[in-house]
Design a binder for this molecule. Structure first.
Ligand code: PGA
Length: 258
């Protein structure tokens, strides 16, 4: 499996953390550390209120900014929601879609993930679509069924050209924020299964071009081993993305794993 066929991407997912001054401080600390990342794409996905500050702070650097969600309609009576056009107008390039916290606490379904993904792509945003099994689904030995269903539904009607602009984040729900990381072999097994599923839905060349990240308690200590796996092309990092040094260690692990 040739990793050079696709981009390595390390993305921080800040979740509901950081005020604007704190966001600026963290990004100012991250920028010089990751300036040598070269071909590795470095992204910070930040709360809506921090987006403008974040875009301005990283201007002229190799750090890209993402949002943590996007609504699927272009505009209208959707109180509290943010459209894809509002994000692109700000200079946002990526957006996390279908994070398990949104699925678990905010009623996100595969149908709405699919709608958001298509709306993001139509507006020129690159979606980071999150999939992952619950602990009891893994224990019931249906991880592959769960993941295949999510991939099929979340990417329904997304063209091959668009899926190449889409990042898939494999985040086993039991590993998020728990300190329980999937082993590198478990991560590789599911990331490789995701690629095989993409190859069936599209074709092998398309599947080979899609960046597949692992997420779930990835940190400075375990990143190198996870990222050494042939189908683990990057990471979606929660807790460890809030510390510049730890986030940079993960970025450097990706740089060295190229
Ligand atoms: P974590 O979060 O790294 O804190 O486990 C990952 C994520 O939710 O994207």
């Amino acid at each position: 499996m040739n990793k050079s066929l696709r981009k390595a991407i390390i993305a921080g997912n800040w979740k509901m953390n950081k005020t604007r001054p704190e966001a600026k401080e963290l990004l100012e600390a991250i920028k010089p550390l990751v300036a040598n990342a070269g071909e590795v794409e470095v992204i910070a996905c930040v709360p809506y209120t921090n987006l403008e500050t974040a875009v301005n702070t990283v201007a002229g650097s190799n750090v890209k900014i993402g949002a943590e969600n996007v609504h699927f309609e272009k505009s209208g009576a959707f109180t509290g929601e943010i459209s894809a056009d509002m994000l692109t107008e700000l200079g946002v390039e990526y957006v996390v879609i279908g994070h398990s916290e949104r699925r678990q606490y905010f009623g996100e379904t595969d149908e709405t993930v699919n709608k958001r993904t298509k709306a993001a792509l139509a507006a020129g945003l690159k979606p980071i679509v999150c999939v992952g099994e619950l602990l009891w689904e893994r224990e019931c030995n249906i991880t592959e069924e769960v993941i295949a269903r999510q991939i099929k539904l979340d990417l329904f009607d997304v063209s091959a050209a668009d899926v190449k602009k889409t990042v898939i984040a494999y985040e086993p729900v039991w590993a998020i924020g728990t300190g329980k990381t999937a082993t590198a072999d478990q991560a590789e097994e599911v990331c490789s299964f995701i690629r095989a599923t993409l190859a069936k839905l599209y074709d092998q060349a398309t599947a080979d071009a899609v960046t597949i990240q692992y997420g779930g308690s990835m940190n400075a200590g375990n990143a190198a081993e996870l990222l050494s796996k042939p189908n683990v092309d990057g990471g979606l990092i929660g807790g460890a993305s809030l510390k510049a040094a730890d986030f940079n260690t993960i970025v450097q692990a990706a740089v060295n794993g190229q």
